[in-house]
Design a protein around this ligand. Structure first.
Ligand SMILES: O=C(O)CCC(=O)C(=O)O
Ligand SMILES: [Fe+2]
Length: 358
């Protein structure tokens, strides 16, 4: 993960950190719809929608094809049989809950500083929306020791160890999913130099995003996390037992991804969209909140080594399939996303040449 995303990701002054526990009613600054709105501007879910995000057993002999189909049609899938012990998720959930239940003043000691991306704060995309989101987050790149020392002066090291263990396990899983995904595109180890000598994506970059969505007095009018795509190759998402994540499916609308123990959600991000020349689409997703239960999620944001330029894979382009995107490093992409948010991906699009007949 690049050490500096961009100062543009910092929340403007009006986005104050909120003590959610003190709010009995939804303040206007958090109300995304009016009371009795027909909700047409912000369509509600359909738990009635009969479509389900594909679930793929990583040991299924057809895993490659299943992943390929899911990436093309959904831009998201869930995995089972991923080999990550459930105790690791239990521990991450414990760390995340413990962190967010600290008093606000304590959490603010570990705030994201203006020249950095790590630490406690509101969602980075907040500055693009007129209303505030009903959530708080904590971003980790590498070791969180500096911030954790502020949060837990006496026993920060046990929390740091838990994060390290989780990051190591996610890195292994991400390498596996990367090869399955590339395999589904017909790409082999020879085609990806940046996988490193052992082919294990040792130099890949990543960040860990802990999210907390407190119980909300007026959940239908609030927004946990506004619609966005991730600026990653892909994201590995763990969610606790409170649902809220929804993905946009063309032709179906918002589809809820209910949490099921043992399953992880894999979101295709913008860089995989570019790498696959638009064949695999980054998925638009958002998070709704709950009246009585808090939601926790842990997103492992996975990207290429910082010096690698991501461009459409040469195997996927040719005279009849021209490259649709310019090459870009993760850092450059994050900088553009910070300025242009959901227009970032299209800003890297190469305009189709005009068919001029002389
Ligand atoms: O909380 C969730 O389910 C989604 C989080 C997310 O989209 C993100 O951190 O980018
Ligand atoms: Fe996301």
């Amino acid at each position: 993960m690049p050490s500096k995303l961009s100062e543009d990701f910092q929340a403007p002054v009006h986005l104050k950190h909120q003590d959610f526990t003190s709010l009995q009613e939804l303040p206007d600054s958090f109300a995304w719809t009016q009371r009795n709105d027909d909700d047409s501007h912000y369509p509600s879910i359909g738990d009635s929608i009969s479509e389900h995000v594909p679930v793929i057993d990583l040991f299924d002999p057809n895993a490659l094809q299943l992943i390929g189909r899911a990436c093309k049609t959904w831009g998201v899938f869930q995995v089972t049989n991923h080999g990550v012990p459930s105790t690791l998720f239990d521990n991450m959930e414990y760390i995340t809950k413990t962190l967010f239940s600290l008093p606000v003043q304590q959490k603010l000691k570990a705030s994201r500083s203006p020249d950095s991306v790590t630490g406690y704060g509101v969602a980075r995309i907040s500055s693009f929306f007129p209303k505030q989101m009903w959530s708080e987050g904590f971003t980790i790149v590498g070791s969180p020791v500096e911030h954790f020392r502020e949060l837990w002066p006496d026993d920060y090291s046990k929390y740091c160890d838990g994060i390290k263990e989780y990051e190591e396990e996610m890195k292994k899983l991400a390498g596996r999913i990367m090869w399955l995904t590339l395999g589904s595109l017909g790409v082999t180890k020879e085609d990806i130099k940046w996988a490193g000598p052992k082919g294990d994506f040792q130099d890949s970059s990543a960040a860990l995003q802990l999210n907390h969505y407190p119980a909300c007095p007026d959940p239908d009018r609030a927004m946990g996390l506004a619609p966005h795509t991730d600026s990653t190759l892909f994201t590995i998402l763990y969610q606790n037992n409170t649902s809220g994540l929804q993905v946009m499916k063309e032709g179906a609308g918002w589809v809820t991804v209910p949490p099921v123990p043992g399953r992880l959600v894999i979101n295709v991000g913008d860089l995989l969209h570019i790498l696959s020349n638009g064949l695999y689409r980054s998925v638009l997703h958002r998070v709704k909140v709950n009246r009585s239960r808090q939601r926790i999620s842990v997103a492992y944001l996975y990207g290429p080594p910082s010096n690698v330029k991501i461009a459409p894979l040469s195997k996927l382009v040719g005279p009849s399939e021209p490259p649709l995107y310019r090459s870009v490093t993760w850092n450059e992409y994050l900088g553009t996303k910070a300025k242009h948010f959901n227009k970032a991906l299209s800003s890297f699009r190469i305009c189709a040449p005009l068919n001029v007949t002389v």
